[in-house]
Design a protein around this ligand. Sequence first.
Ligand code: PBG
Length: 327
Amino acid sequence: MSFPAHRPRRLRTTPAVRRLARETHLVPSQLVLPMFVREGIDEPREIGSMPGVFQHTLDSLRRAATDAAASGIGGVMLFGVPAVRDACGTGADDDRGILNVATRAVVEEVGDALVVQTDLCLDEFTDHGHCGVLAEDGSVDNDATLERYVAMGLAQARAGSAMLGLSGMMDGQVAAVREALEGEGLVDTLILAYSAKYAGAFYGPFREAVDSQLKGDRRSYQLDPANAREGVREAIMDVDEGADVVMVKPALPYLDVLADVRSAVDVPVWAYQVSGEYAMIQAAAANGWIDGRGAMLEALLGIRRAGADAILTYAAVEAAGWLRDAL
Ligand code: PBG
C-alpha cells in the first residue's frame, strides 16, 4: 500500500489540518524559569553571555517572580550567589544565606501561583567551586558531601521550597535527603533529581552567572557525554531512592538519553535547556543568522517530543508569551 492511496501531504494541507494532526504540544505550564539572586548588589546585573538573564537583587527577584507567575509558566528554580564562600559552603544551609532568604521572599510574593524550586548543590557556596566538600587529597568526598546536602535540603524545605533540585551528582544524594525530610516530617517536599547530568562545555555561561570559582572540571561526578546507558541507570536508581521527578541535562545534545529515560521510568521526566544552549540561540539571533523565536520554540518542542514532561529554560517567560500569541 503506497502512493497514490497514501498521500502524507494531505495531513499538511491547511493550518487547521496541521493543528489537528499535531502530535506534541508545548504550553506555558510546562516551562520552569531558572533565576539567579546575588547577595550584596544594589542593582540587577545582566549576565553578558546570557542576554535577558540577570543576577537579581532581592527586590528585582520578587518583581521578576511576579512577572513569571503572570506569564503562566509552571515554576521557578532559584540559584543563590553568596557574597562570601568557604571550603564547606556554610552559606548553603544558613537560614540567613542568600538562597534561603530569597526562597522565603519569592514564596511570600507568589504563593501557590508557581512551584518554587531551589538548586540543592554546594558549588555556588564553596570557595573552590566544586559541588561537594573536598577530601585531604583534593578529591570530592561523596559521603561527607551527603551530610552537607542533608543540612542544605532541610534549610531549603523550611524556607518554603516546594521542590529540591539535587544537581550535585553525588551517589546516594536522593536517598540521604529523602530520609532526612521524612525524619523531620517534611513529607510533602518534592525531590527533582538531576539524574543524568553530563559533564561538558554547555554550562559555560552559567559559570559567569554564578561567578563560579571552579578550576578544573566535574568529570569525577558528572556523567561522561559518551554514556547513555549510564544515564538511564542513574535515573532508575534515583526513582528507587525516592525522587519524584528525574531530569536529563543538558537537553538538546542528549535527546537520545531523554527518550531512553522516558521509557525506563514512570515518574515525570524533565529536561534542562542549559545556559550554553540558550546562549547559542541568542548569539546567532543577535547576528541575524537565525530566527531566535523560531529556533527557541523548535528546540523546546523537540525536547518535549523526545520525552520531556517539563523543561527548565531561561526563555520560559518569553516563550510563554509567544505561545499565548500563537493561540
Ligand atoms: C550546579 C549546576 C550547574 C548548572 C545548574 N546547576 C553548573 C554545573 O554543573 O557546572 C548549570 C546550568 C546551566 O548551565 O544553565 N549547581
